[in-house]
Ligand binder design. Structure first.
Ligand code: MCA
Ligand code: AMP
Length: 500
């Protein structure tokens, strides 16, 4: 049987522990067996899912990998759903992706069963034990589509980013080589599993290497630092907000308890930050506290990881280093020329085997996102300084990065416009020490109405994931507009600075 590379890699480490928590542990052999049986459940009487989309609503533990591998081994495309998303957000993802099966657990099924009925989608509940059945799995070529992840951008609704097995393998191989992943590595997993930071950088790299993953349902700072204190981990991957929260926690913890935690961080072989800009002050504070120089890297759902500070060598605060193995990069200036010197800013364009295949069902947007068909236009500006790339910001003010999540101001605005008191609104990201940027909204109210922040946030809760809910609100008589009638986001941002 011709198996995917990630499965072949797991076969090299059959007896190693892949997942472990307080109560149980699972070997790679267990993941292989269980994913095979789940693949049989998915296939029913078919011989190949023929690239059907299978959405997974599965908690972050060994079952996540079993289901992921089962979908792949049965010939499907995995679509991991955000566990904390709202019903309208799930409905959008399932409909837009033409999902034909939703796979979930006994505990979570009640949350999604009505929606599956409404959309006439098959709902499959994973069983905790399977009678072992002989099955023949289809041969899956690496050029076949493997995963859809929804990402926000400059369109109002999120777009599905489709990657093939070959794209994913290239993304994993690049990181395993650059960051020297080993079978002896142990990593905590607390990042959400509907984005590549958690799926590729943590889970897939670990599984490729025969390493051990300790999952947490969320970023539980006390449980995680308790394990850090016990020297449980060799490697750690997080977004800047998490380092800010760890610094706040350590600085407010008594020395007796703090010192062993700091020793645990100091003993790790690698600590990585990414998904948003790591302020140089946070890099320095972390170094002064723990002696660890955070390795900052830059990536994107469409391209995987592209730039990284070195594993060996200078890790420069405020910089994202150099291209990772297999990644080609160029900077294009406003005037359309390619930049060949240092200190001149340009848009980052990336090509290579890790670049996604297409935006799901959006051929026009896909083709507009590439220059000369192979260079993906990231929309991020950068400059080279003394040999290292530094990210300068994004071309679009409609994209917000909060807590490591990429948010579309347009998507949030279109939801907020459904509020009965709002006649117009403009969403912006404003600087925030903990979250990087915090979502803020300026609203024009309908006549004789009022809006209180707390009530408004409550209204948002049923419609938007928690990180998309505005943290700040101002009411204005009119939104600042340019001659074309477009809201000027820079001026809305200034408005918030003045209101602080
Ligand atoms: C939560 N809260 C927020 C936000 N999120 N407030 C403002 N802005 C936010 N973004 C509030 C909640 O309303 C709640 O308030 C309180 O904070 C606690 O919420 P909770 O969700 O429990 O927070 P947390 O568990 O501490 O979460 C923080 C987090 C999480 C761990 C940093 O946001 C996270 O996992 N972020 C990582 C996302 C990620 O993986 N991004 C990678 C995308 P109250 O207490 O009042 O109710 S992939 C990517 O970007 C590319 C490819 C790359 O390069 O990696
Ligand atoms: P996503 O769409 O969630 O994959 O987010 C990708 C975006 O995150 C990139 O286009 C950047 O804007 C941002 N990003 C990721 N890593 C960094 C970093 N180290 N510094 C600044 N921005 C980053």
């Amino acid at each position: 049987m011709s198996e995917l590379l990630i499965i072949k890699r797991a076969m090299l480490h059959r007896n190693f522990i892949a997942f472990k928590n307080e109560f149980s542990e699972q070997t790679y052999q267990y993941l292989l067996d269980r994913s095979e049986q789940l693949a049989a459940q998915l296939l029913e009487n078919e011989s190949d899912l023929k690239s059907a989309t299978v959405a997974m609503l599965i908690p972050a533990d060994s079952d996540f990998v079993c289901v992921q591998w089962a979908i792949w081994r049965a010939g499907g495309i995995m679509l991991p759903l955000c566990l904390s998303a709202t019903q309208p957000e799930w409905e959008y993802s399932l409909s837009d992706s033409n999902t034909s099966i939703v796979i979930t657990t006994q505990e979570l099924k009640h949350e999604i069963s009505d929606l599956c009925n409404k959309l006439k989608v098959r709902l499959l509940i994973i069983e905790s034990h399977h009678a072992k059945k002989e099955i023949v799995l289809p041969a899956i070529k690496s050029t076949r589509p493997a995963m859809i992840l929804y990402t926000s951008g400059t369109t109002d609704k999120p777009k599905g980013v489709l990657t093939t097995h070959a794209n994913i393998e290239a993304q994993i191989e690049s990181l395993v080589a650059a960051w020297k992943w080993q079978a002896s590595d142990r990593i905590p997993l607390f990042l959400p599993l509907h984005h590549i930071h958690g799926i590729i950088n943590v889970i897939c790299c670990a599984m490729w290497s025969g390493a051990l993953v300790e999952p947490f349902a969320r970023f539980d700072i006390h449980a995680i630092t308790n394990r850090v204190r016990q020297d449980a981990y060799t490697i750690f991957m997080a977004v800047p907000t998490i380092y800010v929260k760890l610094i706040q926690m350590l600085e407010s913890t008594e020395k007796d308890r703090r010192d062993p935690i700091i020793a645990g961080f100091k003993n790790m072989r690698l600590m990585v930050s990414g998904s948003a800009a790591l302020p140089a002050t946070v890099h320095d504070t972390w170094f002064n506290l723990t002696g660890q120089k955070l390795l900052e890297r830059y990536g994107m759902t469409e391209i995987g990881m592209a730039l990284s500070n070195p594993y060996d060598g200078e890790r420069r605060p405020g910089s994202v280093g150099k291209p990772l193995p297999g990644v080609n990069i160029r900077l294009k200036s406003d005037s359309g020329k390619f930049i060949e010197v240092e200190n001149e800013p340009g848009e980052i364009q990336i090509s290579g085997p890790g670049i996604f295949k297409e935006y799901w069902n959006r051929p026009q947007i896909t083709s507009e996102s590439f220059d000369e068909e192979i260079w993906f236009r990231t929309g991020d500006m950068a400059v080279i300084e003394h040999g290292y790339y530094r990210i300068m910001g994004r071309l679009s003010t409609d994209i917000i990065k909060s807590g490591g999540y990429k948010l579309s101001a347009l998507e949030i605005e279109s939801t907020l416009l459904q509020h009965p008191h709002i006649s117009e609104c403009a969403v912006v990201g404003i600087e925030d020490e903990t979250w990087g940027e915090a979502v803020a909204v300026a609203v024009v109210l309908k006549e004789a109405t009022a809006l209180k922040l707390e009530e408004f946030r409550e209204w948002c809760r049923a419609r938007l994931s928690v990180y998309k809910i505005p943290k700040h609100l101002v009411t204005v008589a009119a939104l600042p507009k340019n001659a074309m009638g477009k809201v000027v986001k820079k001026e809305v941002n200034t408005l918030f600075k003045q209101s602080k």
